[in-house]
Design a protein around this ligand. Structure first.
Ligand SMILES: *[C@@H]1O[C@H](CO)[C@@H](O)[C@H](O)[C@H]1NC(C)=O
Ligand SMILES: *[C@@H]1O[C@H](CO)[C@@H](O)[C@H](O)[C@H]1NC(C)=O
Length: 526
């Protein structure tokens, strides 16, 4: 049986090895459609029934295709378009049954390497001169001729000869023949603070130059970071991200031999770091999971002194204060550098590796709205006004930063009040709102479907069934409160993990008669 399984695996691996997805050429916008203006609609190429990968492959290979709409309802349709969503030819619109994929080289505002593939629309040089049209020989005569393949379009900056100055152009100033356009390298375009958990830039190669694997794909490497499961981590396309509090952003690679690798991204200057972070720090209590707790509690819940972070005695560990910058790993204070449930520390007793510091109180203002919606949330009338990525919603009756095509006038029955999350158009993913972030037109809200209702078809893996013992508590799931109605001593599914001498060293939850879930720091062998 085992042998059979192994040979099956090898077969799949063989098929996948060395395979690069054409989708790597594209940037995806979920729930959007690129709609051509009426006089352009004849230029859309309809390819019904193609699967996503084939739709992308054909677009990659076609010079006339710069983007495609991938519609899943009412029928699967691949629509190739000769534009991206930045011009006058077509407009990006909300369509819950469609995803828009645009070729990265046309939408990216940065370059990789010398930028030979840059197809952006910058047409001024670094000193501010306007570029000369490539088809024109005036004021500067030259040897280039625009063709279908070389990308020499209008007067846009390009690098047809692989010049080390990056994309350039002939200028319209007779005194200045050509000049670089200073298009930034992707690794410098958006800089990172701390360990780059907030990084949302467009680097898609690792430090050794390997191309990243898309987060929404499971090959060549299988992994747990599916974008829909970690909505607040922005696991977009195949861009470097840091969903697991690693020291720097990283990605899975398209090389079957190398699972994951870190990415090389510029660090921001110190000043910006401090300013942004300080406002969220707390000292007498903690919010969320306490990642921003900077107080001076230096012992565990049961009163055991903590081990200093810069020491490796009695416990060896990877949390060097220098590696985990900005995590406040000073002295022996309780901290949460790794996204655990609450602040914790290594303890000063050899028998107990780590323990949480639950004597630190949760801040009074940290109570989150406990809210849920029924069915698809069309009748949701609650007051949540924040998206799953934490962005504040835009009011339904204003048009900035986004034009509200759906509003009180178009949907009078939908109670589009203030900036509350609603579902006026029956979106299958539930209540949503336009957001106050200019880069994100809309997003789904930080509300879940109410307990006991059938889970939507897109997330079948969400369906968890426990036996009698260890019932899943949906209230704990929905809000970020990790302990619901718990009083020490009265929680039947809470487990105390003890060493051989009977000392408590960690807590856990019983999820099944034979299984306990706890955190990895509780065990020295992780
Ligand atoms: C913990 O902090 C208190 C007060 O800040 C200090 O007096 C004490 O020495 C510290 N304990 C350890 C073990 O560092
Ligand atoms: C929405 O409902 C609330 C409470 O039911 C009501 O006070 C408000 O006027 C309604 N707003 C709109 C725009 O219908």
């Amino acid at each position: 049986m085992k042998l059979l399984l192994l040979s099956c695996l090898l077969l799949t691996a063989g098929l996948v090895a060395g395979y690069r997805s054409a989708l790597n050429d594209f940037q995806r916008s979920e729930g959007r459609e690129l709609v051509p203006t009426p006089w352009n609609s004849a230029r859309v190429q309809m390819l019904p029934g193609l699967n996503l990968e084939d739709c992308a492959t054909r677009c990659s290979q076609s010079l006339d295709c710069r983007a495609f709409n991938y519609e899943t309802r009412p029928t699967v349709t691949c629509k190739h378009l000769p534009w991206v969503g930045d011009g006058n030819n077509a407009e990006v619109k909300r369509n819950v049954n469609c995803d828009l994929y645009e070729k990265k080289v046309y939408v990216r505002k940065c370059i990789v390497g010398k930028g030979e593939d840059y197809r952006g629309k910058v047409f001024t040089t670094k000193s501010g001169l306007t570029c000369q049209q490539w088809w024109s020989k005036f004021p500067h005569d030259h040897r280039w001729t625009p063709t279908a393949t070389n990308g020499l379009e209008l007067n846009y900056c390009r690098n047809p000869d692989g010049d080390r100055i990056g994309p350039w152009c002939y200028t319209t100033d007779p005194e200045r023949r050509y000049e670089s356009c200073n298009i930034p390298q992707c690794k410098d375009e958006v800089c990172i603070t701390c360990n780059g958990e907030e990084y949302r830039g467009q680097v898609d190669h690792t430090v050794t130059g390997r191309e990243c694997q898309r987060w929404d794909q499971q090959y060549p490497h299988q992994h747990i970071y599916q974008p829909e499961k970690y909505p607040d981590k922005s696991l977009d396309d195949n861009y470097c991200r840091n969903p697991d509090a690693s020291p720097v952003p990283w990605c899975y690679t398209t090389d079957p031999e190398v699972e994951r690798e870190r990415c090389d991204i510029s660090k921001c200057t110190e000043v910006r770091v401090e300013k942004r972070q300080r406002s969220s720090f707390t000292t007498n209590c903690f919010r969320g999971r306490g990642e921003d707790y900077r107080g001076k509690v230096n012992e565990t819940t049961s009163g055991i002194p903590c081990q200093p972070w810069d020491a490796q005695e009695p416990h060896e560990h990877p949390f060097y204060p220098n590696t985990y910058e900005c995590k406040g790993l000073e002295e022996n204070y309780c901290r949460n550098p790794d996204g655990s449930e609450a602040p914790w520390c290594f303890t000063s007793v050899p028998e107990m590796r780590t323990a949480l510091c639950l004597q630190i109180k949760r801040c009074a203002d940290d109570i989150e709205a406990e809210d849920c919606y029924h069915e698809n949330g069309r009748n949701y009338r609650g007051m949540v006004r924040k998206t799953r990525k934490g962005i504040t919603c835009q009011k339904w009756n204003v048009n900035t930063p986004h034009r509200t095509r759906i509003n009180q006038r178009t949907h009078p029955e939908a109670n589009l009040t203030e900036n509350y999350c609603r579902n006026p158009d029956g979106d299958q993913h539930g209540p949503w709102c336009y957001t106050t972030d200019p880069k994100t037109e809309f997003d789904y809200c930080a509300i879940k479907q109410c307990a006991g209702e059938k889970v939507s078809m897109t997330e079948p893996e969400e369906k968890v069934e426990f036996s009698e013992c260890g019932k899943r508590d949906d209230r704990a799931q929905r809000s970020r409160l990790r302990i619901v109605n718990g009083v020490p001593g009265n929680s039947p599914w809470t487990v105390s993990l003890r060493d051989r001498k009977g000392n408590h060293f960690c807590g856990g939850s019983l999820v099944n008669p034979r299984w306990v879930i706890s955190t990895k720091q509780c065990f020295s062998s992780w």
